[in-house]
Design a protein around this ligand. Structure first.
Ligand SMILES: [Zn+2]
Ligand SMILES: [Zn+2]
Length: 286
């Protein structure tokens, strides 16, 4: 039974997310979500002011069971260096997504000091884009896995968000992904890759997210893919991987179909951690 949600965007997020703290607090109660965390985006330090603003409002609205987190993206050290030098043009809301070095060093745009400054209780880390390579199936599988592993091994990250979520080229005329990179058949990703991610998550005491809006409830993914993804989650669970749920809500009213989500994860026997903070203490001793 889903009674927690550790991936929620508010109106302070740099994207089109638009929910207020007041609405979240009111609707979480109605939807039976007792423990939850706000996680607005940080791609690069360009987004740090959003977190400052979100944190200010969090402190005003703070209630029991509501936590303050962030969602960081895997980005390149190359772009962080350029941004630090002011060496860029145009809109960098999502970082510098062109011109970088393929296979270059990966990074996230927070450190221990930033976490302390805003009392960040947990960090969700996600792979959001192909880094400076041609959009082929092979490149996408390789680079997404490289980024997922980087996040699973990063000491500041607690939850790897939405592994194998994808947004980019290859949507069909009905706005659905049915072909590349892995929507025709999720089994194109070799099992050895899943095992490698599972081992990293388990070794480091990190959680694998079960993402609702962006994967299991997404309008852009087929039922065929969602079934294969749930089978993948069950496979990861058999290997010993632990899961948290993240609605990844970007809408105004916390409209998330938790009832359908519950039925899906129950059907596949997926167990979820509804108390991240006692679990994290167990794992990390912090
Ligand atoms: Zn994300
Ligand atoms: Zn998100």
């Amino acid at each position: 039974m889903i009674t927690s949600d550790y991936h929620i965007h508010t109106e302070y997020s740099c994207d089109d997310a638009c929910m207020t703290y007041n609405t979240l607090i009111k609707k979480a109660k109605i939807r039976g979500i007792k423990d939850f965390g706000v996680t607005d985006h940080i791609h690069t330090p360009f987004n740090h002011p959003d977190i400052k603003n979100s944190h200010e409002m969090f402190m005003k609205k703070k209630i029991e069971g509501m936590h303050f987190g962030v969602e960081v993206s895997a980005v390149s050290k190359w772009e962080l260096d350029k941004i630090a030098l002011g060496d860029y043009e145009g809109n960098i809301t999502y970082g510098i997504r062109e011109g970088g070095i393929p296979e270059g060093e990966l990074a996230i745009a927070i450190d221990e000091a930033f976490i302390k400054k805003y009392d960040i209780e947990f960090v969700v880390g996600g792979t959001h884009w192909l880094m400076y390579k041609e959009y082929t199936r092979e490149n996408l599988i390789h680079d997404y896995h490289r980024q997922n592993l980087f996040l699973a091994n990063h000491p500041l990250i607690d939850i790897v968000a939405h592994p194998w979520w994808y947004m980019g080229p290859f949507k069909n005329e009905r706005n659905l992904y049915t072909t590349l990179p892995w929507f025709d058949d999720f089994k194109v990703i070799p099992q050895s890759i899943h095992v490698e991610l599972a081992e990293a998550l388990i070794k480091n005491g990190k959680f694998h997210e079960v993402n609702l809006s962006a994967i299991l409830l997404s309008n852009h993914y087929t039922e065929h893919f969602k079934k294969q993804y749930l089978e993948y989650l069950a496979f990861m669970q058999d290997l010993g991987v632990k899961f948290t749920v993240g609605s990844d809500c970007h809408n105004e009213n916390y409209d998330i179909d938790f009832i359908h989500s519950n039925s899906l994860i129950e059907k596949y026997g997926i167990k979820i951690e509804n108390n991240l903070f006692s679990a994290l203490k167990k794992v990390t001793g912090r």
